[in-house]
Design a protein. Sequence first.
Length: 246
Amino acid sequence: MSSYLSDLDLSALPRHVAIVMDGNGRWAKQRGLPRTEGHCAGEEALYDVVDGAIGMGLEWLTVFAFSTENWKRPAQEVRFLMNYNRRMLWKRRDELHRRNVRIRYVGRVDWRVPRTVLKEMDYASELTSRNTGLTFTVAFNYGGRTEITDAVRRLVADHDRGRLKGERITPESISARLYHPDMPDPDLLIRTGGEMRISNFLLWQAAYSELWFTPVYWPDFNREHLFEAIRDYQKRDRRFGRVEDQ
Ligand code: IPE
Ligand code: IPE
Ligand code: MG
């Protein structure tokens, strides 16, 4: 076991870690390679992090793989990312299943996502749905605003059916209509690649997440960085609006 892991207080782990895996394109550019090579190089980083998460006994890990805004990229890169995600899943799902990982997807299921990708996602989610270890969620065709918009649509539909009065709407009414209402809010949100923004990730859920940014490009990220982020997290004082020593 790594010395870094032994530094962590395993009894005070964040329950849910979410990661914006960013910097693949710049990693490739730095090496004079096409952007798609950067995405490929990110695969190892992802599985090292998943492996580290399983090893420490993390409950929830969510990664941002493709945003609702990423459709604006060149068609060739979009196509690559679709196939790449399907292939990666196909390659790893049986191993993750054996390791008791529950695989999930979060995002909008719409016509732009190829049917073959949706099929693979359904298969992996169904296969692993009864597993009790890490819940590993891949945010794909995901956008925080879209998720909230979809929740509001459901809310309005319930209202129209007479199931919900306007004055009874609370933040919980919205939470209950998100894509996975059972997903706890992320305690720790990591973004690699140096940008200090959320880019439409988990907008509703990240209201009180601790943020951790690193300039490390995603393909260079590994479990040691994850441990470092969690160590920093464990030093923070989460007040949720309260004062200390209450
Ligand atoms: C993140 O890396 C992966 C996806 C958004 C799919 P980028 O492709 O955004 O890499 P940079 O930010 O351009 O370096
Ligand atoms: C966020 O990264 C989305 C993913 C990592 C999948 P982007 O690279 O798309 O974000 P911006 O464009 O820098 O905000
Ligand atoms: Mg980027």
